[in-house]
Design a binder for this molecule. Structure first.
Ligand code: HEC
Ligand code: HEC
Length: 463
């Protein structure tokens, strides 16, 4: 009975378009045990391809577009000029040749295991705080370090990561090893980095569900924000308001670990440009600094290199990827874990239920979804800070990541790395790094009995 009521209430909000502020209420425990995390854009597939599915209702032209986008997502680009017409124009500087080179099976990436590991799938952002707010890129290397370059050209450098281990001890005597990265760049191709340039390691998040997160109305996020912590719970999320174009209109940033991108289209154009060196109508030039001018004479793959229907297909592919269904909801440990999740205050940021507004696909628009995020920025304390602001976020602020699908991340990607730099190897480690606004939650978790800690992790595995 309880469960029916909760579903009805939430659905009524979604359909009647009730003021967003009315949605801001404590989560009910029944809500934490709903199976269809993505609403109609939920897939039943639970295998290694759980993150690569489209909603069942996708049909006709849209299905064709999804298939085309899928191909573009996984095709390796090559250096121009080439005999192929569509996929040349890589670089001159790049990190990977394809989207799926980082988002393997549309899933998460991994940081380097140690100093000699070159197979990692990461992005390293470069910069320092600007006096006028935001981030200043490095004068020689720009805002992103590219570890690769097209034939004959020196790459920018090689990222070297070493891990420092520290230990966390629980009141019951149990111990767990945590690790924190030390990052530097070796083999710099164009001279030294500026002395005050900092390095921010980012692992690729999973891609699915992006269209649903995009369709959550800005007004709902504004209603969820509590930037002055008016309710005194120690949590004060804020919307990453980004200006839109040159006008005064603003839109909530929501993609990337610091919510620097407002839409899937912007995120994809940025990835193409910064990670692969491919130009699009909104990002018509790739970054080549003054010391890198030798790269300017390289042939281009077109002006721009990706546009029109092909670009649209790639963006829609990302937008329409479905969310995997929950598992193990009848399991007693999962049910107990849901209570621990609520009692530890996790749901203040990892909000179980959001609703989407209008969207071009019926499976995406007007859905009740369970992403476990508020899509807001939170100060997570000095341990997670990367020394570098980005867009509106400060160095210590991060967007609450959605937790949906986390339980399948190992099935899809073999191993599972968590937090923006992939330092956490388990769900437990990820929780223990929460600081700043997340401190109270971490303390609550720390104080749980070992069986309760296991139940909470079991609950996260069901997402
Ligand atoms: C070199 C690795 C790399 C490549 C190549 C790459 N990405 Fe990403 N992707 C990332 C990282 C890292 C992030 C997080 C970025 C941040 O924190 O700003 C990300 C974020 C995203 C997101 C947002 C997910 C979210 O929830 O915030 C989408 C969507 C995405 N990428 C799509 C793509 C597409 C499409 C391509 C190919 C055009 C691509 N990516 C290529 C590493 C990569
Ligand atoms: C103040 C808001 C806040 C609270 C409260 C909070 N989290 Fe988080 N959580 C975040 C943010 C922000 C991150 C990303 C931090 C980063 O990447 O550096 C995160 C990351 C995570 C991750 C890793 C996700 C990923 O994709 O890598 C897990 C798992 C997680 N939180 C679980 C929990 C649990 C369980 C609790 C309760 C014990 C909790 N969180 C409480 C904001 C919060």
């Amino acid at each position: 009975m309880m469960r029916r009521i909760a579903i009805l209430v939430v659905t009524a909000y979604a359909i009647a378009g009730v003021a967003a502020a009315d949605l801001v209420r404590p989560a009910a425990d029944v809500e934490l045990l709903l199976a269809r995390s993505g609403g109609d854009a939920t897939t039943e597939v639970q295998t290694g391809s759980a993150f690569t599915q489209h909603p069942e209702t996708l049909e006709g032209q849209a299905l064709g577009q999804f298939a085309r986008g899928n191909r573009i997502f996984s095709t390796p680009w090559i250096e121009a000029p080439a005999s192929v017409t569509h996929f040349d124009g890589l670089g001159p500087f790049y990190t990977r040749r394809s989207c799926s080179g980082c988002h393997v099976h549309d899933g998460r990436g991994r940081p380097p295991a140690g100093p000699d590991d070159s197979a990692a799938t990461i992005v390293v952002k470069l910069g320092r705080p600007s006096p006028s707010g935001g981030r200043l890129p490095d004068a020689r290397y720009g805002g992103v370090l590219s570890e690769r370059a097209v034939g004959g050209l020196a790459a920018e450098g090689r990222v070297v990561v070493e891990w420092d281990e520290i230990e966390h001890a629980y009141p019951d005597g149990a111990r767990v090893a945590l690790r924190r990265p030390r990052i530097r760049v070796a083999d710099l191709g164009y001279g030294p980095l500026a002395a005050d340039t900092r390095l921010s390691l980012r692992i690729p998040p999973a891609v699915f569900g992006a269209g649903l997160l995009e369709a959550v109305p800005d007004s709902l996020l504004a209603a969820l924000a509590d930037s002055a912590d008016a309710d005194g719970d120690g949590v004060s999320g804020r919307v990453a308001w980004l200006p839109r174009g040159t006008s005064a209109h603003r839109r909530a940033g929501r993609f990337g670990w610091k919510a620097a991108q407002r839409s899937v289209a912007d995120q994809v154009a940025t990835a193409l440009n910064e990670d692969m060196g491919i130009t699009t109508p909104s990002r018509p030039r790739t970054e080549i600094t003054a010391v890198e001018r030798a790269a300017r004479s390289r042939p281009s793959g077109g002006h721009p290199e990706l546009k029109g229907a092909a670009l649209e297909a790639l963006v829609n592919y990302c937008r329409w990827l479905a969310v995997p269904v929950r598992r193990g909801l009848e399991d007693a440990a999962v049910r107990r874990g849901a209570h621990c999740f609520l009692d530890s205050g996790c749901a203040s940021c990892h909000i179980p239920t959001l609703t989407t507004g209008a969207a071009d696909q019926p499976a995406i628009g007007r859905q009740v979804i369970h992403p476990y995020t508020d899509i807001l920025l939170h100060d997570m304390g000095p341990e997670l800070a990367d020394g570098m602001p980005e867009a509106v976020a400060s160095d210590a602020e991060w967007r609450t990541p959605p937790l949906w699908g986390l339980g399948l991340a190992e099935t899809v990607n073999g191993r599972r790395f968590l937090l923006h730099d992939g330092r956490a190897r388990t769900l437990e480690e990820a929780i223990l790094w929460h600081g700043g606004e997340g401190s109270r939650s971490r303390e609550a978790f720390h104080a749980l009995r070992v069986t309760e800690r296991r139940d909470l992790v079991q609950f996260l595995e069901s997402l």
